[in-house]
Ligand binder design. Structure first.
Ligand SMILES: [Zn+2]
Length: 139
C-alpha cells in the first residue's frame, strides 16, 4: 500500500524506528538478565505495545511519492536478512551508494570462520548488493 500523504510517511518512519529501538532494548534487557527480574514489568509493557506494529507497518510498502520505505536483501541463502529504512524526505536520501560494516557469516566453529559479508545499498535503484570477504587464514 502506498502511504496516503507525507505526514503518514513521517509517522511510518518514526514508528519503524521505535520498533527497531524497542526490539533492540528488549533483547539487551533479556541478554543482561533484566527481563526476568528488576525490569520485567516495563519490558512486558513495551513488548505488548510493540507486538502488532510490525504487521501493521508491513501494510505500507511505499512512501507517498512512490519510493520504497524499506529495502531487503537475503544473504547466505536466506540465513541472514539485511534491510535499510529509506528516509521519508527525498532530500535526505544519500546521493550515492554506500556499504555497511562487515558482518560475520554464521560460523561453523568460531566467529568469522566462514568469512564476512558487506552489504551495499544503491539509492538509484533502492536495491542492495552483497560482497563476500574470505575468512582470515592464520598461518
Ligand atoms: Zn533491570
Amino acid at each position: 500500500m502506498i502511504s496516503p500523504n507525507h505526514e503518514t510517511d513521517l509517522l511510518i518512519w518514526s514508528v519503524r524506528r521505535v520498533v527497531g529501538a524497542g526490539e533492540w532494548l528488549l533483547q539487551e534487557l533479556s541478554d543482561h538478565g533484566h527481563a526476568d527480574e528488576c525490569c520485567e514489568g516495563p519490558a512486558d509493557a513495551l513488548a505488548g505495545a510493540l507486538v502488532d506494529l510490525p504487521r501493521q507497518l508491513a501494510q505500507f510498502t511505499l512512501y507517498s511519492d512512490g519510493r520504497p520505505i524499506v529495502s531487503y536483501i537475503d544473504v547466505d541463502d536466506g540465513a541472514m536478512e539485511f534491510f535499510t529504512l529509506w528516509p521519508p524526505h527525498p532530500a535526505d536520501v544519500p546521493t550515492g551508494p554506500w556499504e555497511e560494516l562487515p558482518t560475520a557469516v554464521a560460523p561453523h566453529r568460531k566467529h568469522g570462520d566462514r568469512g564476512y559479508v558487506v552489504v551495499g545499498w544503491d539509492p538509484a535503484t533502492f536495491s542492495g548488493s552483497v560482497r563476500y570477504i574470505e575468512p582470515l587464514r592464520v598461518v
